[in-house]
Design a protein around this ligand. Structure first.
Ligand code: UD1
Ligand code: CA
Length: 455
């Protein structure tokens, strides 16, 4: 099989984004644009990938790691100049080289494969991936001759009025014969409206040398869109979201309002789970089957097992086991692990704590740095007092304990199994099994005193 290389162009600053973040690192459904491109190339089995970095080189390198080689373009003198920087790494290859921009996040592996096949079947020196843009403004236009053969690409800023009327655009993706690419690059110049070395000029040069240049048209313009500003970024997110949601629904997930359901690429959801509107699911979250994710929940990097209900709640790096439920309006923070058939009600916050199977935490409670056993009842308004201003301390609560409402458990403290904390107690000492602990001042009733009060 022909050796296939790829070059990702990612050295530009992305001035039009008006951002301190380098353009290709802006995210589409939770993943940077350049990572989307890289992953699709990998899926298309292209092993030798070189990414051209320049602006923010170190940050881009960090984001991509060892999944690609890097070439540095010190000065951004144009897309042609960017490709020239990869010559040291690629000049020996006699195969094909795909070139793609780091700002086209919707392209798929299937399209890369089809582009290469089209290129090989026609023995081309270069094949351009083109598309028909409803509004071609800003894109390079494909100029064809009378019989429809590709002649060259003209950039928006260099185009005549007639050329600007062309709707077939250069998507910025190409498949080249590697040797012919680098030979032609030696002949480009920067005599154009932007004073840049355009990669697109290679097409006219190859054509002039009598080489075969072809165009493979992608009927789905959306897939090929390039993101240059925030408006296009929002549109790319919308399109990616549709793709993610459609896939999940086709796999058996129900969505009440898919247009307003925001799920990152890489999230997994099991069958017969129902997701209501306004839900945000981010990062590496995994959700099981038969769950209900209620409206306006926000779930990040969490694991939710089967048959779990999350009602209008926020989860971060948390885990909920089978049959448990939470909400409305509760918050699981990192390292909260909720056992099977646990009930977490409303306005509860849980951090770095394990809650054993069958335990109930109904209302207005904070649990931090704690281990709770099974079948415990935590009353309303209980506070696990874990912080002394300098250090965090741990609380243990044994199986089947009862924590009365409005109690404070001042850590470090151990509440034994089957012990009972009376409501309103501030607990600082450990309890033994079957103890009833009460720690509050006694009530005195003053006879007829109310008559003396001014009300
Ligand atoms: C480019 C194409 C245009 C095409 C469009 C598709 C050229 C001259 N024009 O225009 O025909 O329709 O893409 O989206 O190629 N980059 C570098 N170094 C540079 C300049 C750019 O690495 O010196 C990178 C950018 O980071 C970006 C990519 O190349 O990822 C494309 O550059 P951009 O400035 O966005 O080109 P367009 O104007 O969109
Ligand atoms: Ca672009």
């Amino acid at each position: 099989m022909t050796e296939r290389n790829a070059i990702i162009l990612a050295a530009g600053k992305g001035t039009r984004m008006k951002s301190k973040l380098y353009k290709v690192l802006h995210q589409v459904c939770g993943k940077s644009m350049v990572e989307h491109v890289l992953e699709q190339l990998q899926q298309a089995k292209i092993e030798n990938i070189v990414t051209v970095v320049g602006f923010g080189a170190e940050t881009v390198k960090e984001a991509l790691g060892d999944r690609t080689h890097f070439a540095l373009q010190k000065q951004q003198l144009g897309t042609g100049h960017a490709v020239m920087q990869t010559e040291d790494l690629l000049h020996d290859s006699t195969g094909e080289t795909i070139i793609v921009s780091g700002d086209t996040p919707l392209l798929t592996a299937a399209t890369f494969r089809k582009l290469c096949e089209y290129h090989e079947q026609r023995h081309s020196a270069a094949t351009i991936l083109t598309s028909n843009a409803p509004d071609p403004t800003g894109y390079g236009r494909i100029v064809r001759n009378d019989v429809g053969i590709v002649e060259r690409i003209v950039e928006q800023k260099d185009a005549t009025k007639e050329e600007r009327a062309i709707h077939e655009i250069n998507t910025g993706v190409y498949c080249f014969d590697n040797q012919k690419l680098f030979a032609a690059l030696k002949l480009i110049n920067n005599n154009n409206a932007q004073g840049e070395y355009y990669l697109t000029d290679v097409i006219g040069i190859l054509k002039h040398e009598g080489e075969i240049v072809t165009a493979y048209r992608d009927d789905d313009f959306n897939e090929t869109m390039g993101v240059n500003d925030r408006i296009a970024l929002a549109r790319a997110n919308e399109l990616m979201r549709q793709r993610i949601n459609t896939k999940l629904m086709s796999e058996g997930v129900s969505m009440i309002d898919p247009d307003h359901t925001y799920i990152d690429a890489g999230v997994k959801v099991g069958r017969d789970t129902v997701i209501e509107g306004g839900v945000v699911i981010k990062g590496q979250t995994v959700i099981g089957s038969d769950c209900l994710i209620g409206a306006h929940s926000r779930i990040t990097d969490s694991v939710i097992h089967d048959d779990v209900k999350v009602i209008s709640s926020t989860l971060e790096e948390a885990e909920m086991h089978t049959g448990s439920n939470i909400g409305p309006n509760s918050h699981l923070r990192p390292q909260a692990e909720i056992g099977k058939n646990v009930h977490i009600g409303n306005f509860c916050e849980i951090k770095k704590a394990y809650i054993g199977d069958g335990t109930k935490v109904g209302h207005l409670t904070y649990i931090g740095d704690a281990t709770l056993g099974t079948n415990i009842n935590v009353g309303c308004g209980v506070v696990f007092v874990n912080y002394d201003g300098a250090k965090k301390h741990h609380t243990n609560v044994g199986d089947h304990a009862f924590i009365g409402s409005n109690s404070n458990l001042v850590a470090p403290v151990n509440i034994a199994a089957d012990s009972f904390i009376a409501a309103g107690s501030t607990i600082t000492d450990d309890t033994d099994r079957f103890d009833m602990a009460i720690a509050r001042s006694r009530q005195t009733n003053k006879k007829d005193y109310a008559k003396k009060l001014p009300w």
